[in-house]
Ligand binder design. Structure first.
Ligand code: NAD
Length: 339
C-alpha cells in the first residue's frame, strides 16, 4: 500500500473511514464543468436529471454555445430535481465549486488515438487550471479531457493540489463497457458483473480477468448451462471490443457522450454523497506494484475527500506486467511534454 499523507477534501462532510452518509436533505453542492461540448453538456444533463448537485455551472470560451446549452438545460428543470444551472465564458462562474470537472479540449477525430491529443490539451490545461486554483482552491478536480491519465498528471503538477483530489475519470467508462460485453455474452444483468479495466484509458489498458466475478463466481470458472462460457477467443473478442469502442462510436457519430456522461456522474455521486464506491479512477501511484509517480487507473475507494490509495487487488503476473507497460507508455508522453 502507498505511503501517503492524510487527504484533504470536502471538509464539512464525513471523513474517510466514517459511515457512508447517503443522500442528505441538507445537501447543496456546486459542480462546475469546464467545456460545454458533447461531453461537458452531457455530464451536465446526466448530473441534472440525477439530482447530483443543487448548483451546476458550465464554463466555455464559446459564449453562444455555453449560453445555448444552459438555456436548453433550464427549459427541462421542471422535470428534474430542483437545481440552479448557469454558465458563462467567464471563469468566475466556477467560484467556490466543490467539484470541477474538466472536459475542455480537442477530441479524437476518426482514426486518432487519445495520446495524439496530448500536446493540444496540455496547452489548454496550462491556460485554464491556474484560474481554477484561483476561483475554487478547495475543489476536487475531476479530469475527463483526453489523454486523461496524462492530463491528470499535468493537472496535479499545475495545480499543486494534494494527490487525493486530482482524479481522472480513467477506466470507469472502459470498465462499464467491459461489464456490458461480459454480461451480454453470459446472459446476466450488467450489475451482477464485477470486473475492472486498469491502466491507461486508451490503447494500452488491460482487463483484470483474474479478479472478475459474476454473482461471486470467478469469471475464469464461469460455466452455467444456458449462460455461455468464456473461452480464450471470447475473452480476446471482448477486450478488442472494449478497446475499439470509442473508435467505433466516433466513426459513427463524431463523439462519445452518453456513457461518459453517466460514468462521470457516477463518480460525482460517490464524491458528493461520500458513497465510498470502488471505482477504477486515474490517479497518482506511489509505490503500487513497483510503479511510481505516474497516473493511471486501478480500483480505488472514492468519497467526499476524493480518492484513496489503490486497493490491493489480486493480479496475475501478466496483468501486473501489462499494467507496468501501460504506466511506461503514459510516463513517456508526460515526459515528452516536458513535465
Ligand atoms: P467538443 O469539441 O464537443 O467540446 C470541447 C469544448 O471545449 C468546446 O465547447 C470548446 O469550446 C471548449 N474549450 C476549448 N478550449 C477551451 C478553453 N480554453 N476554455 C474553456 N473551454 C474550452 O469535445 P467533446 O466531445 O466534448 O470532448 C471533450 C474532451 O473529452 C476530449 O478531449 C475527449 O477526447 C474527451 N473525452 C474523454 C472521455 C473519457 O472517458 N475520459 C470520453 C469521451 C471524451
Amino acid at each position: 500500500m502507498e505511503n501517503v499523507d492524510a487527504p484533504e477534501g470536502l471538509s464539512s462532510l464525513a471523513g474517510l473511514g466514517s459511515p457512508v452518509i447517503g443522500r442528505s436533505s441538507t445537501f447543496a453542492r456546486k459542480v462546475g464543468i469546464i467545456g460545454a461540448g458533447s461531453v461537458g453538456a452531457t455530464i451536465a444533463y446526466a448530473a441534472m436529471i440525477r439530482g447530483v448537485a443543487r448548483h451546476i455551472s458550465l464554463f466555455d470560451i464559446a459564449k453562444s454555445k455555453v449560453d445555448a446549452e444552459v438555456l436548453d438545460l433550464n427549459h427541462g428543470l421542471l422535470f428534474a430535481p430542483q437545481a440552479t444551472v448557469d454558465g458563462s465564458d467567464d471563469v468566475e462562474i466556477l467560484r467556490d465549486c466543490d467539484v470541477v470537472v474538466m472536459t475542455a479540449g480537442a477530441k479524437q477525430k476518426p482514426g486518432e488515438t487519445r495520446m495524439d491529443l496530448a500536446a493540444a490539451n496540455a496547452g489548454i490545461c496550462k491556460k485554464i487550471l491556474p484560474d481554477v486554483v484561483r476561483v475554487a482552491p478547495n475543489c476536487i478536480l475531476l479530469l475527463v479531457t483526453n489523454p486523461v491519465d496524462v492530463v491528470t498528471e499535468l493537472a496535479r503538477k499545475i495545480t499543486g493540489f494534494e494527490w487525493n483530489r486530482v482524479i481522472g475519470s480513467g477506466t470507469v467508462l472502459d470498465s462499464s463497457r467491459f461489464r456490458y460485453l461480459v454480461a451480454r455474452h453470459c446472459g446476466v444483468a450488467v450489475q451482477n458483473v464485477h470486473a475492472y479495466i486498469a491502466g491507461e484509458h486508451g490503447d494500452s489498458e488491460i482487463p483484470l480477468w483474474s479478479s472478475a466475478t459474476i454473482g461471486s463466481i470467478p469469471l475464469n470458472q464461469w460455466a452455467v448451462p444456458g449462460h455461455g462460457r468464456l473461452a480464450a477467443a471470447d475473452k480476446a473478442e471482448i477486450v478488442r471490443n472494449v478497446k475499439e469502442a470509442a473508435y467505433q462510436v466516433i466513426q459513427g457519430k463524431g463523439a462519445t457522450n452518453y456513457a461518459v456522461g453517466l460514468a462521470v456522474t457516477n463518480i460525482l455521486e460517490s464524491i458528493l454523497y461520500d458513497e465510498q464506491r470502488v471505482l477504477a479512477v486515474s490517479g497518482l501511484l506511489k509505490g503500487f506494484r513497483g510503479m511510481e509517480d505516474v497516473c493511471l487507473s486501478v480500483p480505488r475507494i472514492v468519497g467526499c475527500k476524493g480518492m484513496e490509495p489503490p486497493l490491493p487487488i489480486p493480479m496475475t503476473v501478466d496483468e501486473e506486467s501489462g499494467l507496468q507497460a501501460s504506466a511506461e507508455s503514459i510516463r513517456k508522453v508526460v515526459k515528452d511534454l516536458g513535465y
